[in-house]
Design a protein around this ligand. Structure first.
Ligand SMILES: *[C@@H]1O[C@H](CO)[C@@H](O)[C@H](O)[C@H]1NC(C)=O
Ligand SMILES: *[C@@H]1O[C@H](CO)[C@@H](O)[C@H](O)[C@H]1NC(C)=O
Length: 303
């Protein structure tokens, strides 16, 4: 029954072929459920229902979202072998969330929290190809504690002024390959967080936004990131280009990191390595005389 339900929902979500999955522990959070049987799908697990086309549009009822769904809108948890290869669109209706963003000092009594549009957690063998994502309330896609991911031909679009609208955030994940995509947002194009290794990014066009970032690492603990290779990417009209950010007092290491063949066009700060990151601007160390405990090892940059 669960699998049947998921088949239907995925058919709406994922528009045109092929869709596959092999793990029964799937959790999906939607504000509304559309029964694709009404649109001609069979949903017997054998028939190819993928010609059922559609776009997914978020609810504009903030109260409903926050009370029922917490910090995620579309969530895939512990799915193995999921392939999403389509040409549809996910519209997060971001503008209603952006006015109370969690940056600076949010107005008292007003929740600044906004959901991530599409989350993958503890997934293995994930393939994402061809979707267009627009205007997420916050980060467009998060890949957390996943293993073996290929992301290709995505188009992510949010205005330059939209707050916290990262394109793709990766953390705690291994063997992630992102290629041939266009990411235009108000924040990081791709951010790679702690616990990530064997990450390959190539053929990605970023901008506007804040470029490709490793970090922020070492916030309240030890973070390790290794084997991250960013190649043949371009940054256009971005605030920063490629960055490594580690918190003041953070511990851990980032090793075997390379940025090669990166093109910059109208970028304010093409390369930033900040080992004294202090985004709150409160209680920040002002002296750089203390050696950072965070180590950068085998770092190479041939642009
Ligand atoms: C928004 O959602 C809340 C909680 O589900 C509900 O009580 C309220 O009627 C909804 N508002 C509108 C305008 O639909
Ligand atoms: C580099 O990336 C661009 C997309 O930005 C792609 O069209 C091109 O084929 C890539 N070049 C190589 C050598 O992979």
């Amino acid at each position: 029954m669960l699998v049947h339900y998921i088949t239907l929902v995925l058919s709406v979500l994922l528009i045109s072929s092929p869709i596959s999955y092999s793990n029964s522990r799937i959790s999906l959070v939607l504000t509304d459920i559309f029964d694709v049987v009404e649109f001609g799908a069979i949903g017997d697990g054998k028939t190819d229902d993928s010609p059922v086309l559609g776009n997914i549009v978020g609810s504009t009822n903030k109260t409903d979202w926050m009370s029922n769904h917490g910090d995620s809108w579309l969530l895939f948890l512990m799915v193995s072998g999921l392939t999403v290869s389509v040409s549809g669109q996910i519209d997060g209706q971001g503008p209603i969330w952006w006015e109370n963003a969690c940056i600076g000092t949010p107005s008292p009594g007003i929740s600044c929290h906004a959901p991530v549009a599409l989350q993958f957690k503890r997934c293995t063998g994930l393939r994402l190809n061809g979707l267009t994502h627009v205007n997420s309330p916050r980060v467009h896609i998060t890949i957390t504690t996943c293993n073996g991911v290929i992301v290709s031909n995505l188009h992510i679009i949010a205005p330059e002024t939209s707050p916290n609208t990262d394109g793709i955030d990766i953390s705690g994940s291994t063997d992630v390959n992102i290629r041939d995509s266009v990411i235009e947002t108000g924040d990081d194009c791709i951010a790679i967080g702690g616990g990530s290794s064997y990450i390959k990014i190539s053929g990605v066009m970023c901008g506007p936004g804040h470029g490709i970032s490793i970090g922020s690492l070492g916030h309240g603990g030890t973070d390790v990131v290794e084997n991250v290779h960013v190649h043949n990417c371009s940054m256009r009209k971005t605030l920063t280009g490629v960055r490594i950010k580690t918190y003041q007092g953070g511990t851990g290491y980032a090793k075997k990191i390379s940025f090669t063949g990166i093109r910059f066009d109208a970028v304010n700060n093409p390369i930033i390595i900040d080992q004294y990151y202090c985004p709150t601007h409160q209680g920040c160390l002002t002296s750089v005389s203390i050696m950072p405990t965070f180590k950068l090892i085998f770092f190479s940059c041939k642009l």
